[in-house]
Design a binder for this molecule. Structure first.
Ligand SMILES: Nc1ncnc2c1ncn2[C@@H]1O[C@H](COP(=O)(O)OP(=O)(O)OP(=O)(O)O)[C@@H](O)[C@H]1O
Length: 421
């Protein structure tokens, strides 16, 4: 258990943490989130004792960290720092072996005994840096260096890990792999992890709990859904955000709204279904557009979202194919709209008419929420159209939706209205 009791830290005469109280229970993965300069790194440094608070106490398993020798503290918590530039020129394997330092006696060699070497090897394997063992730490990339330092922390074999921006210089693949590994360390090895994480959506997906830091204190604490509430985010980050759940993973998902986003004018029709466009409906209506959606079957979760937002929805009977009446209504909505958003490309052949219309009209935006699995549609007209739209930059991810809609609305003044079915 890590416990902070009324911890106050001043740096350069400025209060950075002001009377912070929190507890981190064993076996939990806790994310520290908050704006730049909120004190996430400072909090981590206070936990492992390199920074002595001006007042208050940090306890590790009931002992004040200030009363532990650095060797003892290192056996209880291992740290992966944010600044991964190392000024020395050691082979990667020796850097990882430094993690064994708290266990060394004065008789161990530079790489320790066999048990030490085995732990170092296992840590390098787990973080996928084994192939770099003999390479100088000065000659690996920033992302590789970050994984080497994670290996060093694992080799340290402490029950708690403190990670400062563990995914900061990693590509998207390694971000996910690193956080999957951290999750595994918590679930399978029983580690306790406290990690400063900038990306709110990664934090929401992987952490058990979050602490939102801002203005010198913890502004919200608890499970990700409770912490990442729109009012908390607006207060902490001074920006408006829409919080919904991710259509594929179901995790809490935050999308920051661009400045003055709620002043947007125009009509946008959304084609979707099955929960694929709920988040887009939130975003577009929060941005100020007049949004219609459909056709959606009664009982569809996108329809529930549309109704909760008070949107105009074209509906069809439960489980029924779209009939002529609904189709005509959709066509008229699309004609009246300044932009149409297709949020459901995965349907493939069922979306053929829409994909054809998107090829013809610049005012149609195709949003890819989840990767299109071409294998399901190999050789089909839908796959070919989709590929063509991708090539022309007409398929956007959800984070680029708003700017694509702004462009599409502008383009609608210049192009004839599209057809959609
Ligand atoms: N040695 C120092 N002297 C004076 N001020 C400092 C010192 N170290 C950090 N600070 C200030 O303390 C504040 C908190 O810094 P900290 O690195 O803990 O924030 P953070 O939440 O980790 O930020 P980021 O998200 O940018 O990494 C910042 O305003 C920083 O400028």
């Amino acid at each position: 258990m890590i416990r902070l009791d009324n911890v106050t830290v001043e740096l350069g005469g400025n209060p950075i943490l002001d009377g912070v109280n929190t507890e981190i229970r064993d076996g939990r993965f806790v994310g520290l989130v908050g704006p730049n300069g909120a004190g996430k790194t400072t909090l981590l440094r206070a936990i492992h004792g390199v920074l002595k608070p001006n007042s208050g106490v940090v306890e590790l398993d009931g002992d004040p960290v200030s009363a532990l020798s650095s060797r003892e503290a290192s056996r209880r918590v291992a740290v992966v720092p944010q600044d991964t530039t190392l000024s020395f020129d050691f082979p990667v394997e020796e850097v990882v072996a430094m993690g064994r330092h708290p266990y060394r006696t004065r008789f161990s060699g530079p790489t320790g005994d066999d048990a030490d070497r085995e732990r170092v090897r296992a840590a390098m394997e787990r973080t996928e840096v084994g192939h770099l063992a003999d390479r100088s730490i000065a000659a690996v990339s920033g992302g590789e260096r970050q994984r080497v330092l994670l290996a060093r922390a694992l080799a340290q074999d402490a029950p708690a890990l403190l990670l400062d921006e563990p995914t900061a210089s990693l590509d998207i693949n390694h971000q996910v792999r690193t956080l999957e590994l951290v999750r595994e360390l918590v679930d399978d090895d029983g580690k306790t992890v406290v990690a400063a994480i900038h990306d709110l959506n990664l934090a929401a997906h992987y952490c058990d709990e979050l602490r939102l830091l801002a203005g010198g204190g913890i502004r919200a604490s608890g499970d990700p859904e409770a912490v990442l509430a729109e009012d908390h985010l607006e207060a902490a980050f001074d920006t408006r955000a829409v919080v919904s759940s991710h259509p594929v993973t179901g995790s809490t998902y935050v999308t920051a709204l661009p400045e003055r986003a709620s002043d947007r004018e125009g009509r946008v029709h959304v084609v979707g279904g099955g929960g694929t466009v709920s988040r887009l409906l939130y975003l577009l209506s929060a941005a100020g557009y007049e949004v219609s959606v459909g056709a959606l079957n009664e009982g569809d979760s996108d329809l529930e979202t549309a109704r909760s937002l008070g949107l105009d929805a074209v509906t069809e009977e439960p489980f029924a194919p779209v009939g002529d009446a609904a189709r005509r209504e959709v066509e008229s909505r699309v004609r009246e709209a300044d932009a149409t958003v297709l949020g459901d490309v995965e349907v493939g052949a069922g979306n053929l008419a829409n994909l054809r219309a998107a090829r013809e009209a610049d005012s149609m935006v195709v949003v890819e929420e989840r990767p299109f699995d071409e294998r399901n549609y190999a050789g089909s007209e839908a796959a070919a159209l989709y590929g063509e739209l991708c090539e022309r930059g007409r398929v956007v991810g959800p984070d680029d939706l708003l700017s694509a809609v702004v462009e599409a609305v502008a383009a609608s003044d210049e192009s004839p209205p599209p057809r959609a079915e």
